[in-house]
Design a protein. Structure first.
Length: 183
């Protein structure tokens, strides 16, 4: 087989791996035309399209950066407002506590004053009732004592001055014996 290949190659003078010169020339002309067409028409359009995409991407990146800075500023502002609202709420709570304590103290003081006033009024009323009872008791005890003395003595004690003096002396003796008994 090697001999057949050698015999076939001896008869031919051209190499099948190297193309003919007219094929190389026409291929080079076609390549130059296609290269020229590609260089003048396709490449500028591709470059323009890539530049537009680059500009759009850069613009979007800028917009995203601006939006991110705005979002960060809004977040900082929101955080500051939230902190301010929390501190204001704490102040309001403290003020409410202080007001509640003050109102409670005022109510306690008012209740204490009302209790003292009611107690004083009750003591005055008790003292007035005691005095009225004492006066009533003196007059009844006096009339009973005069009636009793009239019955014991056997004569009428109609003289008011004598009767009054006698009743007063009797009541004074009674009070003296009552105070001596309590001691």
């Amino acid at each position: 087989m090697l001999q057949a290949v050698l015999a076939a190659t001896e008869g031919e003078t051209s190499n099948p791996l190297i193309p003919a010169p007219y094929d190389i020339i026409w291929s080079a002309v076609c390549f130059v035309v296609i290269l020229f067409f590609f260089w003048r028409l396709v490449l500028p359009r591709m470059k323009k399209l890539l530049d537009e995409r680059s500009a759009a991407i850069e613009g979007n990146i800028e917009k995203a950066d601006v939006a991110q800075r705005e979002a960060e500023a809004a977040l900082e502002q929101y955080t500051a407002q939230l902190a301010e609202a929390r501190s204001e709420a704490a102040k309001i709570r403290e003020q409410a506590r202080a007001d509640a304590q003050r109102i409670g103290s005022e109510i306690n003081a008012q209740a204490q004053a009302d209790a003292e006033r009611v107690k004083a009024n009750a003591q005055v009323a008790i003292e007035a009732d005691r005095q009225a009872a004492l006066v009533s008791l003196r007059s009844e005890v006096g009339s009973l004592a005069i009636d009793l003395a009239s019955g014991v003595v056997g004569e009428s004690l109609s003289d008011d001055a004598k009767a009054t003096a006698l009743v007063d002396r009797f009541l004074a003796d009674l009070e003296a014996s009552d105070t001596a008994g309590k001691k």
